[in-house]
Design a binder for this molecule. Structure first.
Ligand code: 13P
Length: 248
């Protein structure tokens, strides 16, 4: 049985005080959820949020990291630095990073390998643009992103990676993929993982859906056989709304 994973990607939002208040507000209310609960705040508050979340069941993820061990990369944060803070997860290859910061499949792969080597679980993102979907290329695009991202990852580690399918046209637009469409693509991603790693890994890998997930649509999405969780932007910013995402 795959444990569902609901993760909030706060993107470039919130101050440290707001982040800590959020954790304090949800921490007692998450008891009893079936899901693993993850918050991915901006890097400025990773340390404080990890501290506030310790002992609460809330796990903390970063939104990005650099693939190099260390060195002259002004403004960047390494996997070792995240590990220093005992960060559990790191989002890698989010479409906003691919789009605005020119991240490539190769760089994404290097980050995945480095995160795993450092003991941090990657949340590997994939997703097609509207043009790619309309041209009927969704499967091809996501398969390439996922398999390129996992290149060189051994089977036992591949099983621990979380994949997030986030169609770009559904991010922040209010347009959600129908739960059937999301499940179809996610099943296809699982088959693609199966073709490389076999059933044991593909049945263990958790695959989230992301893109305008809200308390009002999370139940329908989570009822699908292959959707193991959600990576949520806008609806993860308010504590009440975030708690609503756990009610599926
Ligand atoms: P929204 O939930 O705001 O559409 O964002 C999705 C996302 O990009 C999460 O990583």
């Amino acid at each position: 049985m795959r444990k569902p994973i609901i993760a909030g990607n706060w993107k470039m939002n919130k101050t440290i005080d707001q982040g800590i208040s959020f954790v304090n507000e949800i921490k007692e209310k998450i008891a009893g959820t079936d899901a693993e609960v993850v918050l991915c705040p901006p890097a400025t508050m990773l340390a404080q949020l990890k501290q506030a979340a310790t002992g609460t069941g809330v796990k903390i993820g970063a939104q990005n990291m650099h693939q190099a061990e260390d060195g002259a990369f002004t403004g960047e944060i390494s996997a070792a630095m995240l590990s220093d803070l005992k960060i559990d997860y790191v989002i890698i290859g989010h479409s906003e990073r691919r789009q605005y910061f020119n991240e490539t499949d190769q760089g994404v792969n290097e980050k995945v390998l480095k995160a795993l080597e450092t003991g941090i679980t990657p949340i590997l993102c994939c997703g097609e643009t509207l043009e790619e979907r309309e041209a009927g290329n969704t499967n091809e695009v996501v398969k390439k992103q996922v398999l390129a991202g996992l290149e060189g990852v051994p089977a036992e580690k591949a099983a621990t990676v979380v994949i997030a399918y986030e169609p770009i046209w559904a991010i922040g637009t209010g347009k959600t993929a129908t739960s059937e469409d999301a499940n179809t693509v996610i099943s296809f991603i699982r088959e693609s993982v199966d073709a490389v790693y076999g059933k044991e890994v593909s049945e263990a890998v958790r695959i989230q859906y992301g893109g305008s997930v809200k308390p009002s649509n999370v139940k329908t999405l989570m009822a699908e056989t292959d959707i193991d969780g959600a990576l949520v932007g806008g609806a993860s910013l308010d504590p009440e709304s975030f708690l609503g995402l756990l009610d599926f």
